[in-house]
Design a protein. Structure first.
Length: 202
């Protein structure tokens, strides 16, 4: 894994993470993301969805609250909130694992701020795993911060300073994002070899 993701294990960061993500601002952010994702989820609440890099399960919890019944999560470590555990399937694994083989296949794969953690080689493996995890006609939704944009720079240099316990980590994570943004055109080209890219925004 790239540098940023390896720094989320400290007790200090974990305490700050929980405090931040229980605030109304974070819940509002999740609600805004849901409004963007909802059109691809469709009206069928029985579609099989995998949230790759689900972290503590905020977004999975929101999907469950909106009636989606077949939602699973995957992350490289188990940090799920107690209220989410038991309501979803959960796998401890990496989308870039050379031998990733989950027991289910999915209609939708969600990637939220995940791919920037991966090296170029790991992204190639991740794309191969995407194909293997999808049912026929399945979809992949990728969301990542463009750190080279005005809003991305504002997020990293401005907003995160409000939360000092996160700023050191996210300074490292921004380096991951910057590398990801430089590789993004190549990533889109690699995706287009196996998927029909419906929309991509800079």
């Amino acid at each position: 894994m790239a540098g940023g993701i390896q720094n989320i294990d400290s007790e200090q960061f974990e305490a700050g993470y929980v405090a931040w993500r229980t605030k109304k601002l974070w819940k509002a952010y999740q609600a805004i993301k849901y409004r963007f994702v909802f059109p691809i989820l469709g009206v069928d609440r029985g579609r099989h969805i995998l949230d790759v890099g689900c972290a503590k399960g905020h977004f999975v919890s929101m999907l469950l609250e909106h009636g989606f019944s077949q939602v699973d999560g995957m992350d490289i470590a188990d940090r799920l909130f107690p209220g989410v555990r038991g309501r979803m399937g959960f796998y401890i694994d990496s989308i870039a694992s050379p031998r990733l083989d989950l027991p289910k296949r999915y209609d939708i794969l969600l990637f939220q701020n995940v791919l920037h953690h991966l090296t170029a080689q790991e992204v190639c493996r991740a794309i191969a795993n995407m194909k293997n995890l999808l049912n026929e006609g399945g979809q992949v939704w990728i969301y990542d911060v463009n750190s080279t944009s005005i809003l991305g720079a504002l997020f990293y240099r401005g907003l995160l300073r409000i939360y000092p316990e996160h700023y050191r980590l996210n300074t490292l994570e921004r380096a991951d994002h910057d590398g990801f943004c430089r590789r993004w055109p190549a990533i889109v080209s690699a995706l287009e070899c196996d998927f029909r890219v419906i929309r991509h925004s800079n």
